[in-house]
Design a protein. Structure first.
Length: 142
C-alpha cells in the first residue's frame, strides 16, 4: 500500500514539474517575441491612392517591396528590407501588398513575389525577383 502511494505521489510531482517548466518556457518565449516586435522598423505601406505622391513624386530613391501576407519568402525577406530602411535615410522604403493592389502589381509586371523595384525620379531603375541579401539591396539603390 505504501509503495502504491509513493508511486502515485512521485507521478503527481513529476506532472506538476512538467507543467511548471512548460509555463516558465512559454512565458520566456512571450517576452522574447515582444522584444523582437519592439525592435522592428515599420515600413510604409503604399496603395494606389497614395502611390503617385509617395513613390513617383518622391525626392528620394524609392525601394518598393511587392509582397503578400501569405508568402513565406516575403516574410523571411521583410527583416532585410526593414534593415535597409533603418540604415539608409536617403532611401524611402515602401511595401505594396499584391493581393490588395493588383493594379500596381500589373503595372509593374510583378509575376512572382517577393519582387523589389527601385524608382528614382519617377522611373524604374532596377529590379530583382526573389530574396536577396542586404548588401545587394543597398547596391540596387545606389
Amino acid at each position: 500500500m505504501k509503495k502504491k502511494i509513493l508511486i502515485l505521489v512521485t507521478i503527481v510531482f513529476f506532472i506538476v514539474g512538467i507543467v511548471l517548466v512548460s509555463i516558465f518556457l512559454n512565458n520566456r518565449n512571450k517576452v522574447e517575441i515582444s522584444n523582437e516586435e519592439e525592435s522592428t522598423i515599420e515600413v510604409m505601406k503604399v496603395t494606389s491612392a497614395n502611390f503617385k505622391e509617395e513613390v513617383l513624386n518622391s525626392d528620394k530613391t524609392v525601394l518598393i517591396d511587392f509582397y503578400a501576407d501569405w508568402c513565406g519568402p516575403c516574410k523571411m525577406f521583410s527583416p532585410i528590407v526593414e534593415s535597409v530602411a533603418a540604415e539608409n535615410e536617403n532611401v524611402k522604403v515602401v511595401k505594396i501588398d499584391v493581393d490588395n493592389e493588383q493594379d500596381l502589381a500589373i503595372k509593374y509586371q510583378v509575376m512572382s513575389i517577393p519582387t523589389t523595384v527601385v524608382i528614382k525620379n519617377g522611373q524604374e531603375i532596377n529590379r530583382v525577383v526573389g530574396m536577396v541579401n542586404k548588401s545587394y539591396l543597398v547596391e540596387m539603390v545606389k
